[in-house]
Design a protein around this ligand. Sequence first.
Ligand code: AMP
Ligand code: GLY
Length: 420
Amino acid sequence: MNILILGGGGREHALAWAAKQNPKCDRLFAAPGNAGMANIAECISLNIEDGDAVLAFVHLNAIDFVIIGPEAPLAAGVADALRAANVLCFGPSKAAAQLEASKHFTKSVCDAAGAPTAAYAHFTELEAARAYVTEQGAPIVIKADGLAAGKGVVVAMTESEALDALDDMFGGAFGAAGAEVVIEEFMEGEEASFFVLCDGVDALPIGTAQDHKRVGEGDTGPNTGGMGAYSPAPVLTDAVARATMEQIVRPTLKEMSRRGTPYQGVLYVGLMIKDGAPRLVEYNVRFGDPECQVLMMRLGAQALDLLQACAEGRLSEAKVHWADDHAMTVVMAADGYPGAYEKGSMISGLDGLSASSRDMVFHAGTANKDGAIVASGGRVLNITARGATLQEARDRAYAMVDQIDWPEGFCRRDIGWRAL
Ligand code: AMP
Ligand code: GLY
């Protein structure tokens, strides 16, 4: 099977790594890929948000299966273009990707599905939104409706913070994404993520994880794309997982099918869990990054079979072979991230690290410059390990971190603190 993976972050390196271990994988391509993926895949340059361009590459290179990593090509309808041409593809249609691309859409689906989530109101006018905040009081959560690279959510602990956030959003701080705003009840509890493969009809849970969104230790400082993750998430017990499937995931899939836009791909279910009861915080229509790195570390080669069964509508026959293990990934980022950072600094010490089914460095923003690995993004490396316990996974991951020589980079030293 010839496979094309769209994307070039740590998530896509982990997907490529898992696929490559499966004997059915023949040629593996990645667009654009990164310096780490280049060791296992042919990295190519392609406009991955252009369905016609992707399709042309698929035909030219006899690609059998396309795996779409990030949300942008999904929201741009690349999966639709591929499926219309009968190309096997992992990832939801543009219409179904609305579950991530529009907060208001997701809220309306939850209403129709009866899925537990925060109470909300939806606004297109600043004055009405301000009046609602004043009436509700704080804490309260203000969300730009559209895709805002993970930055369109303000959890306001005071009324004035909430009003400032509204002024920013309606003032154009997030462009078109902020022209509509959802205001939500503040939910208390512990957050965790649940990953479910969906083929439009059937749904198969493939793991749980928790990430660390804040840049600083002790979960302080600005939000990032994620500074580390581990799997499984202890708070997401089997009972919580069952409740999530029954109350949230299955009713959502049913509602999506009823609307004529069945959901196919991985559904990333962001939950707030309090007293054993899950409520939906958000859906994403792709794997989390860095959550994917720990899920792939635990699933290994079978991940390709599962993604294929999902794309082919055969999830009812698919089974996950669970190992009773734990995985952790520690993100190394460029100094300054998530603010301004320099590109081009050299990273050494990677060659001496063992790469195995238990220890892997997944690359994100890296490039190869005259044979050396240099940083080319904000989040740069994902140091990932697996162990019989979370503590073992953690120790192995940080032992690798300590062998990497990159003075211009940093990582959090407390990934997993909540679970440990
Ligand atoms: P979202 O992009 O919707 O996942 O929101 C980003 C983050 O904001 C979440 O991961 C939560 O930490 C927080 N958040 C979002 N909605 C709520 C809510 N209704 N109550 C409390 N925290 C929330
Ligand atoms: N790590 C959070 C996300 O991928 O959205």
